[in-house]
Design a protein around this ligand. Structure first.
Ligand code: FAD
Length: 431
C-alpha cells in the first residue's frame, strides 16, 4: 500500500534557492491538545492560525510529514489568483451568474496581503496582471468564453493580439490572449515558510512527522513514528493524501504536475523575454503550460500531469525544456537549475470538499489547482466551522456543491488516464 504522505524524488527549486531553514521537529510539551491539524500547507497553516486566534487558551498541534517549503505549497508556480481559471464548477457558478466565491476570494486576498505585510513575510509579494494566451484556434475559443464570462461577471480584462503579447512576453508562439488583474506573484516557498514561522504562540508545529493512521471517534488518535497524539478536534489539511488515511476515497484523485526553474538569466537573454518586470502566462487548455518570468530574472515552465505517482524527473526535465525551446527558440539555453514535481488533488466535477467528515473531524481538500488562495480561505473557514464561529463567508462556502462520486480502482485510474491522454492530445500546441 502507498505511504499516506508525499515523498518527493526531487527537491523544490523555490526552496533550494532560499537560505537553509531548520525544520521544527520537537514534540509539544506534555499537556492537553485541543486541536490537531494534519499538514502544514496553506490550508493547514490557515486553519491552525484561525483556531489559535479564536481560542487563545487552547493548544493546537500541526503534524507535517515533510518540511515546510518542500510541500506542494512551496512547489507551485506562485500565482495567487482570486478569480480561478478552472471555473465555473470549482467556484460553484451557474451559467451567467457571478460565482458566490468571488467576494470570499477577494476578501481572502486582502487578508492575505495584510498578513504578509503585518507579519513581515518576505516573499516578493507583487500584485500584477496575469496573462492568458492561446496558441491554437481551440485555445482562442476557450479564451473567448473566459472573456465573455469575465464581462458578464464584471471582472476587468484587456484582450491582447499576437503583437501585444510578443511585446510583453517576447514570443510570437501565441495567437492571442488577454491580461487581467486579481493576481499576485510570490516566491511560494518563502511565503509558506513565512506563514509557518510566524504562527501564534499556542500553535505547535512538528515537521518530519507523518501521520500514519487516524483512529478513534473523538478523541481521535493519530499515530506517528514519534508516538501517538490525541485530540477531540482534527483537521485534515493534507489535500489528496486525506485518501491515504481512509477519507474521501471516492471523491479525490492525486495528480502530480511539474515545474522547471532556470538560473538567473544574463541581461542579454532577459532582453529576449519581452518587457522587463515580472509576468506569468496561464494556458488556454486544461493540460496546457504555465510560464513565469520572476522578479529576479529566472524563467519557470510548468506543465504535464501524472496520476497518483511522481514521474521520472529526467523525463520531465526533457519535456519542460522542449516546451521552453518551442516558445523561445532564440534563447541561448533551455536548461533548468531545478526541476521538480508536486502533488495536487482533483475532483471529478472540479468542486472542492469542505466540511465535517465525522463529529470533530473536518477537511478541506481537492483544490483542483489555484489552491494557494482557495485552500488558504478554506483552511481558515474550516477552523471557524470546527469552532461553530458562523460567518457569512462560512455560510456561503457550506452552501456550495461538493465533489461528486468517482468509481473505485481500477476504473478510476483508467478514467483518469484516458482523460489525461485525451486532454493532452486536445491541448496540442497549448502544451
Ligand atoms: C507544480 C505546481 C504548480 C502549481 N501552481 C499553482 C499556482 O501558480 N497557483 C496556485 O494557486 N496553485 C498552484 N498549484 C496548486 C497549489 O500548490 C495547491 O493547490 C496548494 O499547495 C494546496 O494547498 P494545501 O495546503 O491544501 O495542500 P499542500 O500544499 O499539499 O499541503 C498539504 C500538506 O499535508 C502534508 N501531508 C500529507 N499527508 C500527510 C500525513 N499523512 N501526515 C502529515 N502531513 C501530511 C504534506 O506534506 C503537505 O505539506 C500548483 C501545484 C503544483 C504542484
Amino acid at each position: 500500500m502507498a505511504v499516506p504522505y508525499p515523498r518527493y524524488r526531487s527537491a523544490c527549486g523555490w526552496n533550494a534557492i532560499l537560505p537553509p531553514r531548520a525544520p521544527r521537529t520537537a514534540p509539544p510539551p506534555p499537556g492537553r491538545i485541543d486541536s490537531i491539524v494534519i499538514g502544514a500547507g496553506y490550508a493547514g497553516l490557515a486553519a491552525a492560525r484561525r483556531l489559535a486566534e479564536l481560542r487563545p487558551d487552547e493548544q493546537v498541534l500541526i503534524l507535517e510529514s515533510g518540511q515546510v517549503g518542500e510541500n506542494a505549497s512551496g512547489r507551485n508556480a506562485g500565482l495567487i489568483v482570486s478569480v480561478p481559471h478552472n471555473f465555473p464548477a470549482s467556484v460553484g457558478a451557474s451559467a451567467g451568474s457571478r460565482p458566490p466565491q468571488f467576494e470570499i476570494f477577494a476578501e481572502g486576498m486582502e487578508r492575505f496581503a495584510g498578513q504578509v505585510r503585518e507579519l513581515g513575510i518576505e516573499c516578493g509579494w507583487n500584485p500584477a496582471d496575469k496573462l492568458y494566451a492561446a496558441a491554437t484556434t481551440d485555445g482562442e475559443a476557450a479564451l473567448a468564453r473566459n472573456m465573455a464570462n469575465y464581462a458578464r461577471w464584471k471582472v476587468g480584462f484587456k484582450p491582447l493580439g499576437r503583437e501585444a503579447l510578443r511585446a510583453r512576453i517576447g514570443t510570437d508562439y501565441y495567437r492571442s490572449g488577454f491580461a487581467s488583474g486579481q493576481n499576485v506573484y510570490v516566491q511560494p516557498a518563502a511565503l509558506v515558510r513565512g506563514l509557518a514561522d510566524t504562527l501564534p504562540a499556542n500553535v505547535w508545529l512538528m515537521e518530519e512527522s507523518p501521520v500514519l493512521a487516524l483512529t478513534g471517534d473523538g478523541p481521535y488518535v493519530l499515530r506517528t513514528e514519534q508516538g501517538e497524539f490525541r485530540a477531540p478536534r482534527v483537521i485534515l489539511a493534507n489535500n489528496g493524501f486525506a485518501k491515504s488515511l481512509g477519507f474521501l476515497r471516492s471523491r479525490l484523485v492525486t495528480i502530480f504536475t511539474y515545474a522547471g526553474l532556470t538560473p538567473v538569466l544574463p541581461a542579454e537573454e532577459l532582453a529576449k523575454l519581452g518587457a522587463p518586470g515580472e509576468w506569468g502566462v496561464l494556458p488556454a487548455a486544461r493540460l496546457g503550460t504555465t510560464l513565469r518570468r520572476t522578479g529576479d530574472g529566472r524563467m519557470l515552465v510548468r506543465s504535464a500531469y501524472s496520476y497518483e505517482h511522481e514521474a521520472s524527473i529526467e523525463a520531465m526535465a526533457t519535456m519542460l525544456s522542449s516546451l521552453y525551446r518551442a516558445r523561445y527558440p532564440a534563447m541561448a539555453s533551455h536548461g533548468f537549475e531545478h526541476v521538480w514535481g508536486g502533488a495536487t488533488a482533483l475532483t471529478r466535477n472540479g468542486a472542492a470538499y469542505f466540511g465535517e467528515l465525522r463529529p470533530g473531524l473536518f477537511s478541506a481538500a481537492g483544490c483542483n489547482g489555484s489552491g494557494i488562495l482557495k485552500n488558504s480561505v478554506n483552511g481558515r473557514l474550516l477552523a471557524e466551522l470546527a469552532l461553530d464561529h458562523r460567518s457569512p463567508a462560512l455560510e456561503k462556502t457550506l452552501a456550495l456543491t461538493g465533489p461528486n462520486w468517482m468509481p473505485p480502482e481500477p476504473f478510476r485510474r483508467l478514467a483518469a488516464m484516458t482523460a489525461i491522454r485525451y486532454q493532452a492530445r486536445r491541448a496540442g500546441a497549448e502544451r
